[in-house]
Design a protein around this ligand. Structure first.
Ligand SMILES: [Zn+2]
Ligand SMILES: [Zn+2]
Length: 573
């Protein structure tokens, strides 16, 4: 059918409607959080509207020296910023909120999230006072229409308060996104994941399930927080009755915090919060009524000395061996307010986030070397993951009954494990979508399929500026860290056609003291001899500089088997 008319109707420029015969289309673009656990950011898009689902960051590791955070590249959104109607945030972990301060200046859209998540976002934004934003609180059971989408928020268990799954009704069917979740049948201070409502949504028909896959490799069911609390009581509070307790856990895990507060009260220990994020989150959780405890039972760290060891329980940051955390500083005898003794028992109520193992082991070794007692999750089950295991994922699959499944929040191995798992559950290959970072998945005409790639990447937050992972700055930093640098200065008289003084060679991070003098002498001599091959009356400065740089580089490589950065200055009078 020809839908064209000679007189085109007027529509506002930014909203061009397709002819009615066009089937609606929903595009899902993965700007982060696929093939990785971190920097979650998914874009849901119709002809008219865009919703950004989660907006997280990843902490940088030693392969990108000097960089603290990595956020998704938002180039894909730059020519469609006016279409962005909302940020929908599932919960307040950094891998879901950490990029907000860096994108809100460009993307002016309100943030929809739970009360606790918004409180954590507000806390984060205090460090970025110039960034303006609008936030709108949403609650479980709430339904909300934003542009072409409508959302329903569903309570789920996770290792943070205020976590929600989201049912997204689109013109092409319902998407159920689990967010980060587990199913804890005996949680602390909260309801169990709302399986009843999820099953109802499943009965109404779900086209696509986007399911987190972090723990797909773990058979069975994740540990309940009630079990963790029982074990903390037995293996920590009862087994170390006479010692002072120093417990490290994730600051955002207010449920664990609650368990420890309750046990401390029961065993008549005063609680001390230490470490910036532990202090911040505990205050937010107290203010919002998420934590319940006797205020008289919490004291400041300065007052620890007024109490006997067995009357104190210190809750600290540093469960990941972070360099500047309170616990790492305690282990290094670098924590001004408090010194560890052999009557301390340090408890890691946590598990290592992949990549942090070495740092944690370093801290543990230092603690043991000091004669400090140690309890960690390999000795006793005093930690539970916030991510559901296979049986929990299976429960979600069986009640959501989606037509298509698409694992998210996983490295490629997790996504592949999920594919095998879904096949075992009876899903056909064509109904299992394994997306890649940057993939665009399209829902249209009853089908869900992958359809090419959009631009994605990693933006490095480096001090006050942004950078790219493949930038020469990072390459230089790596080379500097590996092999150091050399500065060479040659002073030439073109009139006399000779060196005016001996070449100056300065090195850092390259030569050990015992070889310094001899190697520098050899390099200086080699440069002086090399310069004799030039006519120094007519030599051009840039040409000489480039030649010397290469010569010095090769000479050093031959002598030291190292490839430092070489900087060369030629002064020609
Ligand atoms: Zn999370
Ligand atoms: Zn997460």
């Amino acid at each position: 059918m020809n839908t064209q008319t000679t007189q085109r109707p007027f529509y506002p420029k930014k909203r061009s409607f397709p002819p009615k015969t066009h089937a609606p289309k929903v595009k899902i673009s993965f700007l982060g959080g696929i093939g990785e656990i971190g920097k979650n950011m998914t874009v849901f898009e119709t002809e008219n509207d865009i919703i950004i689902f989660d907006c997280g960051m990843t902490f940088a590791d030693a392969t990108i020296p000097g960089v603290e955070l990595i956020i998704p590249d938002i180039t894909y959104l730059r020519d469609k910023l006016d279409k962005v109607k909302a940020f929908v945030i599932t919960h307040g972990h950094e891998d879901h909120i950490g990029a907000l301060p860096f994108v809100l200046n460009e993307i002016k859209a309100p943030i929809y999230a739970s009360r606790f998540t918004l409180a954590l976002i507000d806390n984060k934004m205090r460090e970025h006072p110039r960034v303006k934003y609008k936030s709108i609180e949403v609650k479980p059971h709430q339904k909300l229409k934003i542009g072409d989408f409508s959302f329903e928020f569903i309570h789920v268990n996770h290792s943070i308060a205020g976590a929600m799954a989201v049912a997204i009704n689109t013109p092409c069917g319902t998407i159920f996104h689990t967010g980060d979740f587990k199913i804890d049948n005996s949680p602390i201070n909260q309801e169990t994941t709302d399986l009843k409502r999820i099953a109802e949504i499943g009965r109404q028909g779900v086209k696509l399930l986007m399911c987190e896959s972090t723990n797909i490799g773990h058979p069975g069911w994740s540990l309940s927080e009630t079990k963790v609390m029982q074990e903390l009581e037995k293996s920590v509070f009862q087994a170390h009755k006479n010692e002072r307790l120093v417990i490290a856990t994730f600051a955002s895990n207010v449920f664990r915090m609650q368990e420890i507060l309750a046990l401390a009260e029961k065993y008549q220990r005063k609680v001390v919060f230490t470490g910036r994020s532990m202090l911040n989150v505990s205050q937010i959780a107290m203010k919002l009524g998420v934590l319940h405890y006797d205020r008289d039972n919490v004291i400041n760290i300065e007052d620890v000395k007024k109490y006997a060891d067995n009357e104190i329980c210190i809750l600290t940051t540093g469960s990941q061996g972070e360099q500047l955390s309170a616990l790492t500083r305690m282990a290094n005898d670098n924590f001004a307010k408090f010194k560890l003794t052999t009557n301390d028992c340090v408890v890691f109520s946590s598990s290592p986030i992949p990549g942090n193992e070495k740092g944690i082991i370093n801290v543990m070794n230092k603690l043991v070397h000091k004669g400090v007692g140690l309890v960690y999750d390999k000795l006793a089950p005093i930690h539970a993951s916030g991510h559901g295991y296979q049986d929990e994922i299976s429960t979600i699959l069986s009640i959501v009954k989606p037509e298509y499944v698409l694992p998210v929040h996983g490295e490629y191995m997790h996504l592949e494990d999920f594919r095998k798992f879904a096949k075992k559950k009876g899903y056909q290959d064509r109904n299992i979508i394994i997306a890649d970072l940057g993939n665009q998945v399209i829902m249209s005409s009853g089908l869900v399929r992958k359809a090419g790639f959009v631009k994605v990447g990693a933006k490095l937050i480096d001090g006050n500026t942004f950078g790219d992972a493949n930038s020469p700055v990072i390459k230089d930093r790596l080379q500097l860290a590996q092999d150091g640098f050399v500065i060479a200065i040659v002073n030439i008289s073109s009139k006399l056609g000779k060196l005016l003084s001996e070449p100056i060679i300065i090195t850092r991070g390259l030569l050990y003291q015992h070889e310094m003098e001899s190697v520098l002498r050899e390099i200086k001599t080699a440069v002086s001899v090399h310069l004799k091959t030039f006519d120094l009356h007519t030599i051009e400065a840039t040409e000489l500089k480039n030649n010397l740089k290469k010569f010095i580089s090769n000479t050093i490589a031959r002598k030291t088997k190292r490839k430092p950065i070489v900087l060369c200055t030629t002064i020609i009078n």
